[in-house]
Design a protein around this ligand. Sequence first.
Ligand SMILES: NC(=O)c1ccc[n+]([C@@H]2O[C@H](COP(=O)([O-])OP(=O)(O)OC[C@H]3O[C@@H](n4cnc5c(N)ncnc54)[C@H](OP(=O)(O)O)[C@@H]3O)[C@@H](O)[C@H]2O)c1
Length: 279
Amino acid sequence: MQAAVAMLSGFGLAVVTGGSSGIGKRFLTTIREANPKVRVCNLSREKPGLSDDVVHFPCDLADAAVRGSVFADVAAWAASVDAGRMLLINNAGFGTIGPFPEPKMRQHGEMIAVNIAAMVELTGTLLPELRRRGGAIVNVASTAAFQPMPGMQTYAATKAFVVSWSVALAHELAPAGVQLQALCPGPTRTDFGRRAGFDGHVSSALAHDVDRVVETSFRALRRGRVVAVPGVINGVGAWLARRLPLRLAAVVAERTLRRTGSRGAGAATAAGGKGGADA
Ligand SMILES: NC(=O)c1ccc[n+]([C@@H]2O[C@H](COP(=O)([O-])OP(=O)(O)OC[C@H]3O[C@@H](n4cnc5c(N)ncnc54)[C@H](OP(=O)(O)O)[C@@H]3O)[C@@H](O)[C@H]2O)c1
């Protein structure tokens, strides 16, 4: 909390996507607790169920037409907030498990829309306001970004996009006083696994609570880190994965996915077997 308090001093507003549960909800509550003066809004289908101080923009981020109109409303809301720096947290996202194109082709397109298009378009829409005020952008990626993942191929590729895009944007926006972070959690106890089709026992001893993930993000923002990986084990795993040849990294990822156990991963790869992991 100390890092969030220090980081958010001087901030006037925060825009969060996917604040109705999990990591996004924890971001919302942390911001509210760390600096109650910060005006906060959320974009997701469900309401976060927090106080009415959190302005809710209901929207399905997989729908391009909805994104266009809601993002314009969010920009107008942001412009109406008097003063202060701005924090944008592109957190909404989901994954699926199974050999491509399972479980359903449509879900792969929606994953690209929510995990990538929504982040790019919302950031672009809010960029004039971000440049004017200064501030920070957190894009929630995953440790899945660091290697190709048979069984979660589309999800891992969307998160690789998030990391690459964020690091490039960090470079472009530094002179404007806008800080960028690609936050790369490993397995985290949220609804993600259930929604992705894991069988539930992915909440292993190695999985983090959302508090730990959000705390790592604020601490890394304070230190100016562009890529933030919560936890030493995740950090070492990410470091190793980036040093392996891509095809070998994919083999290791596929075996890890099977070893950690889920009903979906048994059929997820050409090698077969049983398994699955959070991402
Ligand atoms: N949990 C993990 O193990 C883990 C690990 C690494 C990275 N991540 C990443 O962390 C981020 C947050 O996930 P989480 O773990 O907190 O999972 P979660 O509890 O399932 O939360 C996902 C959030 O994304 C929103 N969302 C999903 N699809 C949406 C859509 N079509 N339109 C609008 N909002 C949508 C959901 O809101 P509605 O359903 O209300 O729309 C929800 O608020 C994701 O980007 C995920 O990829 C998670």
